[in-house]
Structure formats: structure tokens, C-alpha cells
Design a protein around this ligand. Structure first.
Ligand SMILES: Cc1cc2nc3c(=O)[nH]c(=O)nc-3n(C[C@H](O)[C@H](O)[C@H](O)COP(=O)(O)OP(=O)(O)OC[C@H]3O[C@@H](n4cnc5c(N)ncnc54)[C@H](O)[C@@H]3O)c2cc1C
Length: 427
């Protein structure tokens, strides 16, 4: 593919105007590297449009550490609400003076014959020496194909399109998936007085507060957010792990599905199939709840050990003891007969990199990279979960990763300049 000389050129093209793309912009600016950020929607689009009305951060505000722009509000231990998060990201973009072109989508990325990158955008092609893909990994809502077999009378929404309980018709609601989003949406519906069914999967859970502090603060002290992926016992497989469930709602609290069950929520095992209007579930609810509690208590144990070893003064804490046990339950449910009128699919997302015409992907379509530096010279990824550490896909770690990538780009530019310089011949 050839680039005509009149195609505009930037040293670096950053794709995505969320916190990752803006962090890249901040770090490139700091190093005086020319760049542009293409954002196909608006800055902070995902926070703005893919979160429910009562959404708040699960991670405490003090973990919002965008480069040169740490959280500066008066509630560092609190959890920003959706609109406050959008404002934080927008203010960051302003502070950086990020050269963001909103409403410009990148439709194709390819290598040109002259060694540069050809970035096709909705407003024409651009040439670049390097590209940073900061588009997260959450692209297309993942809903099991069997959902097509459900009766039309049941309203279905994906978690990214869920806004509030009023969006779903009167009647009982099924939430499928017990990761962070599923549990919080189930709680949102439950608090609104809706009868909720929750399909529980393998997600682990974490205490909100333990021994006088937010567990996230203890985990931070323990270095958990600095542990590189290569040092994690699961190595790169950890990238596929579900997030722990807990909430920042109303100052933060645990999410205890057993307590919800005592209060009337109906818990089911993992979804197996949907035939007609009947869902079938695995008989694994007790096991999933036990596993989540085991992780919860494992985290408590880690904190206890840390306190004991470092002689920190801390209040007493209690490990979790189950307040409810599931009774043997039918593994089939006729949704309409049970009064279920709506389903929220909290079943995650899949990635779509199909427009990236570069050989940087493994057999599963995941970009091959080390700390964001991909297998192709000049191509970088940023903002992916566990790109480098636990915090990489979040506010806490994306800035560090952006700094690393910007350093790499700076060194690459310097070495190219040195190679291109005319050779001095000694006489
Ligand atoms: C439900 C949920 C809750 C979360 N809670 C927390 C939390 O409590 N704390 C925390 O730290 N993190 C949390 N995260 C993780 C993370 O902070 C968010 O996913 C965040 O939005 C990631 O920022 P990003 O910039 O990497 O990606 P995004 O915010 O998704 O930004 C990517 C941008 O790229 C744009 N884009 C995509 N393709 C193109 C293209 N081809 N051309 C141009 N632009 C394009 C999109 O429009 C989008 O604006 C949560 C994530 C989810 C899904």
C-alpha cells in the first residue's frame, strides 16, 4: 500500500480517547513528541454511554492516578459516580491539552510501502511513524447465541446498555453473570424492590473493608498492583480472570450473594442452555459461592499475614462465614411461567480488532506484546487488563504503562534519527 506525499503525517497516531489514549497523549506531550488522538465518539465515551445511572467506581478515588493528574477531590477514599468520572477524564484531557479529534474513527490500519503506517480514518488517510492502540478490549457485547431462542415477550439488554430498573418491564428480572457488572446490576434491581434471579458464575469476590481499611489499600501496600504479569503465578493466563465483585456504592460495601438470597434474590448455577423459553443451569451454585468466599477469606488471610509481619497497628477483623446455603434446586426454569419479563446479560465483551490489518495477533486474536510493545516495530497497545500489572486496565496503572510506551517511542525515534544521520568519515 503506497501513501501519496500529500497525505497528512503525524509522528504518532493514538487511537482511542479514553483514559488510556489520553494518558499516552500526556506522556508523548511531556516528551515533545508530535501526535494526534483519534476518538470515534467523544472523550470518555465508554464511561459516558456504557454505564448504568447509579454506577460508581469499584476502586477508590485515590487510585485515579492519571499521569500528572491524580484525583484531587475531597473524597480520596470514596468512589466517584459515573458523571464525576466523565468529568475527571474530560478535565484530564483539558489539562494535557491533548490533540484529540473527536468523531474521527479509524477504519483501517496497515503498513505502507515506505515503512510508515497508513491510518484510514472516517475523514481520510493519515500517515504515522508509530501507532498506539488505546481502544480497550471491551468492544462487542458478548451474549450467548441461545438468547435468540427466547420468547419475544422477554426484554433483553446487555449490561453495557442497562441504565436503571425502570428500563425493564414490570415483573421478575434475570441477570446472567456474576462478575462485577452482573452483581452490581443485580443489587441495583434488588434495591429497587425488583424480584431478581441471578445466574452465578465463577467470579471471585473481595472484602470492601477489612481490619479498619479498604482492602484495596491493603492490597496496594502488599504490592499487588505493582506485580508484573510475568511474576504472577498464572502468568499471562491471569488476563482471562474475572474481576472480583464488591461495590463502591454508598461509601462502599461487600457484595454478599448469600445475603441477597436471604433477602429474596433467587440464585442459579451457571447457564447451560436455553430451549424454548426454558433455561437450564448447572448444579454448581454451592461450589461457586464457596469458591468466591474462599478467595474473599484468602485476601483476608494475606492482609492478616502482612499486618502480623510488619507490626502494623490495625483493628480486629473477621473472616467471612456463610449466612446462607443453597438448597437443592431445580436446574430448569421456564422463564415466562416464572414471571420473568426481562434479562440483563452481564456476560462481558469480546474484542474486535478486525480493522487492524497488521500481523500482531495470536491465534486467539489477542495482540502479541510485552508491556504494550507489540511484535511489530512501531505498534503499541495500551489499557488492556493485565497488560503489565493488575492496574493496567484501570485508572491506577494505565499512566505507568503509558510512560513506558512513550519512553520506548522516544528511544525508537532517537535510534532511527541516528541511523538516518549521514555517516562522518574520519580523515
Ligand atoms: C463496567 C466496568 C466497570 C469498571 N470499573 C472500574 C473501576 O471501578 N476502576 C477502574 O480503575 N477501572 C474500571 N473499569 C476498567 C477501565 O477503567 C474502563 O474499562 C475504562 O473505560 C478503560 O479506559 P480505556 O481508555 O482503556 O478504554 P475506553 O474507555 O473504552 O476508551 C476507548 C476509546 O476508543 C474509542 N475507539 C474504539 N475504536 C476506535 C476506532 N477504531 N477509532 C477511533 N476511536 C476508537 C472508543 O470510542 C473509546 O472512547 C471498569 C470497566 C467496566 C467495563
Amino acid at each position: 500500500m503506497t501513501l501519496s506525499p500529500d497525505v497528512p503525517h503525524h509522528t504518532v497516531v493514538v487511537i482511542g480517547g479514553g483514559q488510556a489514549g489520553l494518558s499516552a497523549s500526556a506522556c508523548l506531550k511531556e516528551r515533545g513528541i508530535d501526535h494526534v488522538v483519534f476518538e470515534k465518539n467523544r472523550i470518555a465515551h465508554s464511561w459516558r454511554t456504557q454505564r448504568w445511572d447509579a454506577f460508581c467506581l469499584v476502586t477508590p478515588n485515590w487510585q485515579c492516578r492519571l499521569p500528572g493528574f491524580p484525583y484531587a477531590g475531597n473524597d480520596p477514599d470514596g468512589f466517584m459516580l459515573r458523571d464525576e468520572i466523565v468529568a475527571y477524564v474530560e478535565d484530564f484531557a483539558k489539562r494535557v491539552g491533548a490533540p484529540v479529534r473527536e468523531g474521527v474513527g479509524v477504519t483501517r490500519l496497515a503498513k505502507s510501502d515506505d515503512g510508515r503506517f497508513r491510518v484510514e480514518t472516517s475523514q481520510g488517510p493519515v500517515a504515522a511513524d508509530a501507532v498506539v492502540l488505546a481502544i480497550s478490549g471491551y468492544h462487542v457485547p458478548k451474549i450467548p447465541p441461545a438468547a435468540n431462542r427466547l420468547p419475544d415477550s422477554i426484554v433483553q439488554v446487555h449490561s453495557s446498555a442497562y441504565r436503571n430498573p425502570g428500563q425493564l418491564p414490570a415483573g421478575e428480572v434475570m441477570v446472567v453473570g456474576s462478575g462485577q457488572s452482573g452483581c452490581q446490576i443485580a443489587e441495583d434491581l434488588h434495591l429497587a424492590g425488583r424480584k431478581v434471579h441471578l445466574v452465578v458464575g465463577s467470579a471471585p469476590r473481595c472484602p470492601r473493608f477489612y481490619r479498619g481499611r479498604d482492602a484495596v489499600a491493603w492490597l496496594d501496600d502488599l504490592g499487588q498492583y505493582d506485580l508484573p504479569v510475568d511474576d504472577h503465578p498464572l502468568k499471562e493466563k491471569v488476563r482471562k480472570n474475572a474481576n472480583h465483585y464488591l461495590t463502591g456504592r454508598e461509601g462502599g460495601r461487600d457484595i454478599d450473594l448469600r445475603r441477597f438470597a436471604l433477602e429474596g434474590m433467587v440464585l442459579h448455577g451457571r447457564l447451560v442452555d436455553i430451549i424454548g423459553g426454558t433455561m437450564t443451569f448447572k448444579d454448581d451454585l454451592a461450589q461457586s459461592l464457596d469458591n468466591a468466599d474462599r478467595v474473599y477469606n484468602g485476601i483476608c488471610g494475606l492482609i492478616d499475614k502482612h499486618i502480623a509481619e510488619s507490626n502494623v497497628v490495625a483493628s480486629e477483623g473477621r473472616h467471612y462465614e456463610p449466612v446462607w446455603q443453597p438448597a437443592p434446586a431445580p436446574v430448569e426454569l421456564d422463564l415466562v411461567a416464572s414471571g420473568i419479563t426481562g434479562i440483563v446479560w452481564a456476560t462481558g465483551f469480546r474484542s474486535d480488532w478486525s480493522w487492524v490489518g497488521l500481523p500482531i495477533f495470536d491465534g486467539e486474536g489477542y495482540p502479541i506484546h510485552k508491556r504494550g510493545v507489540t511484535s511489530m516495530d512501531g505498534v503499541y497497545v495500551l489499557g488492556l487488563p493485565w497488560l503489565y500489572t493488575w492496574g493496567s486496565g484501570r485508572f491506577v496503572g494505565v499512566g505507568r504503562d503509558a510512560g513506558f510506551i512513550a519512553n520506548h517511542i522516544e528511544e525508537r525515534l532517537a535510534s532511527r534519527k541516528a541511523t538516518a544521520a549521514p555517516m562522518k568519515v574520519a580523515v
